[in-house]
Design a binder for this molecule. Structure first.
Ligand code: MSP
Length: 574
């Protein structure tokens, strides 16, 4: 929250569109969750956001698995697209649209872009011989193929030598333009380890890339035909990338492409997004994305997830966890423990319990119920006074009264000169959170929120309001001190809850309902828009602060402590 003025540039965030040969798993949910948390956080700071996800349907593997399941490709694609939609709804993702590449709105525009590139000479016909990775549906350079001993770098399956007549995109013409984009940070590749990999590969030189497939006898009628040549189909990868543009290429939505574009994905498909797509966009006369962010992988209980091992963490396991520990606990665990950086992350039950107890039950859950309980016990559930700076911190008067109470009770205070400046601390935390958000550094963003909760906990242990409460009769100004202490805690937790809400929208909305902070959003809809940007919402004692006389219902604890000895949840039998 560097300034009071929210960033006015529209924000457009995308996930990969997922193959519909199979059902969704943790990897798909994770990327989409990260996009959701970033989108919600950007909305919280006051930006106009468009968040897109969807499904990539014209792949060969979709028509193959459809046949294995005695379905037409479209029937099979629809079954799985519906599974993705249901999973994403379950995860409470706030995507503004869900695109299926079999929709006319996508097919028509994707064809038009390819036609433009053909007409301009950016796409041309030629012969091609290369190493093809059927599992990923992509060609690899001799160098990459050799490096992986002619096996797929992603799945380890053997590569195939293929010769075909094809249409090619002259990617080689865009080498120096791409180099410039990365040198100027016009296109940011994050995290930096990934950027170095892309730059390393770029240095080896770019080749023209095939953008079509010759239709063979017996092929399923699946995919988009090459404009002007019915004997070819547009290569699925090239068509799929276009989704980012086709979906917002309308009068109402163009502003999102003209705004700030962020593409999220895992490292497996970074090259397409960091090199091929920006070059295609430039050829089409469009701006490249501002950020291309490639995270690492989830593994399961220490082992890489694979079909052959059958250890994919699928949506039904996440649902079982959500049922037991709440959906927001699952969202929290995935967001904060996931492979957002350069390293892979392990989904392990013991770790889930550890994080759940430390970050949720013992932290925000415990603090809010503790403060709520004290407001009830000492002031009948009504917030007694504000603390808009006049009261106390860092002038310390309330604090001194609390410390006096501790002294009376014979309890030693480690450092009686300590001061707490809530306003300053919170301003810094919200600024750090907003800065981190700009780099999609969601861990740091959420950690800023947690630091406020820790500050409150530390403050409570330091000034022990429960000890103070026992001595109100004997201390000058004791009630006043207790009021301002509890006000400060409640107000700080209100602001922390705002910063936590992108990861845990339902639980934070529950807190706002309990605490009558209904003026932040619509109390009945945790997904409703905020009434003001964060800079205003998070103002200590500002227009949205906790008010004198505001009642705080005790409510149930937001997160019950979890018992690590209980067995791990298991997906319901299908
Ligand atoms: N259809 C292409 C993408 C086209 S985008 C224009 C595709 N689809 S996919 O279904 O295979 O999805 C790949 C993406 O799923 C990864 O980039 C990542 O976002 C997510 N994940 C798949 N497995 C994953 C993990 N094990 N861990 C984390 N995310 C992973 O590629």
């Amino acid at each position: 929250m560097g300034s009071d003025q929210a960033n006015q540039t529209p924000y457009y965030i995308t996930t990969p569109i997922y193959y519909v040969n199979d059902r969704p798993h943790i990897g798909h949910c994770y990327t989409t969750l990260i996009a959701d948390v970033a989108a919600r956080a950007q909305r919280l700071v006051g930006r106009d956001v468009f968040f897109l996800t969807g499904t990539d349907e014209h792949a060969e593997k979709v028509s193959k698995t459809a046949a294995e399941n005695n379905k037409t490709p479209y029937e099979w694609a629809t079954i799985n697209a519906d599974r993705f939609k249901a999973a994403f709804e379950f995860m409470n993702f706030s995507n503004d649209d869900f695109v299926r590449t079999t929709e006319d709105r996508h097919k028509e525009k994707a064809s038009a872009y390819i036609k433009q590139l053909l007409d301009q000479g950016d796409i041309e016909l030629g012969d091609y011989e290369g190493w093809y990775d059927p599992s990923q549906e992509e060609y690899l350079t001799e160098m990459v193929a050799k490096e992986h001993e002619y096996n797929s770098p992603v799945t380890g399956k053997p590569l195939e030598k293929r010769v075909e007549q094809n249409y090619f995109f002259r990617l080689d013409n865009y080498q120096s333009w791409l180099e410039e984009q990365f040198a100027n940070d016009a296109v940011n590749i994050l995290p930096s380890a990934r950027k170095n990999e892309v730059l390393g590969r770029l240095k080896q030189g770019l080749m023209k890339v095939p953008v079509s497939r010759k239709i063979k006898e017996g092929d399923a009628d699946w995919g988009i035909k090459m404009p002007g040549d019915d004997s070819h189909r547009i290569y699925v990868w090239i068509e799929a990338l276009c989704n980012y543009l086709t979906t917002v290429d309308t009068v109402e939505r163009n502003k999102y492409w003209d705004g700030e574009v962020t593409h999220l994905m895992a490292k497996d498909i970074l090259w397409f997004h960091a090199i091929i797509w920006p070059a295609m966009l430039h050829a089409l006369g469009k701006e490249p994305p501002k950020t291309v962010y490639a995270h690492a992988y989830w593994i399961a209980e220490g082992t890489k997830m694979s079909k052959s091992l059958g250890n994919f963490i699928e949506i039904d396991l996440l649902q079982a966890y959500a049922e037991k520990y709440s959906l927001d606990a699952v969202r929290w665990f995935l967001t904060t423990q996931g492979p957002l950086g350069a390293n892979d992350a392990d989904f392990a039950h013991a770790r889930f319990i550890e994080v759940y107890n430390a970050d949720l039950a013992n932290s925000i859950g415990n603090s809010t119920s503790r403060v709520g309980n004290m407001v009830h016990k000492y002031f009948d559930g009504t917030v007694p006074a504000t603390c808009n700076g006049e009261f106390g911190f860092p002038d310390g008067s309330s604090l001194q009264t609390a410390l006096k109470a501790l002294e009376n009770a014979g309890k030693a205070v480690d450092d009686p000169t300590r001061t707490y400046n809530f306003q300053e601390f919170i301003n810094e935390a919200t600024t750090n959170a907003t800065d981190a958000l700009a780099k999609v550094d969601l861990e740091t963003m959420l950690d800023s929120a947690r630091s406020i909760v820790r500050y409150v906990d530390d403050f409570i242990s330091y000034c022990a309001p429960f000890t103070l409460a026992k001595q109100l009769d004997t201390l000058d100004d004791g009630t006043h001190a207790l009021q301002s202490i509890l006000y400060s805690c409640a107000e700080a937790l209100r602001i922390a809850s705002l910063l936590l809400s992108p990861a845990m929208p339902e639980k934070m909305a529950e807190l706002w309902r309990n605490w009558n902070c209904n003026h932040l959003t619509d109390p009945n809809d945790p997904n409703s828009p905020f009434v003001a940007p964060l800079a205003e919402l998070a103002q200590w004692g500002g227009p949205h602060a906790i008010k004198v006389g505001q009642t705080i219902a005790k409510g149930d604890a937001l997160f019950m402590r979890a018992d690590g000895n209980e067995p791990a949840p298991e997906p319901a039998a299908v």
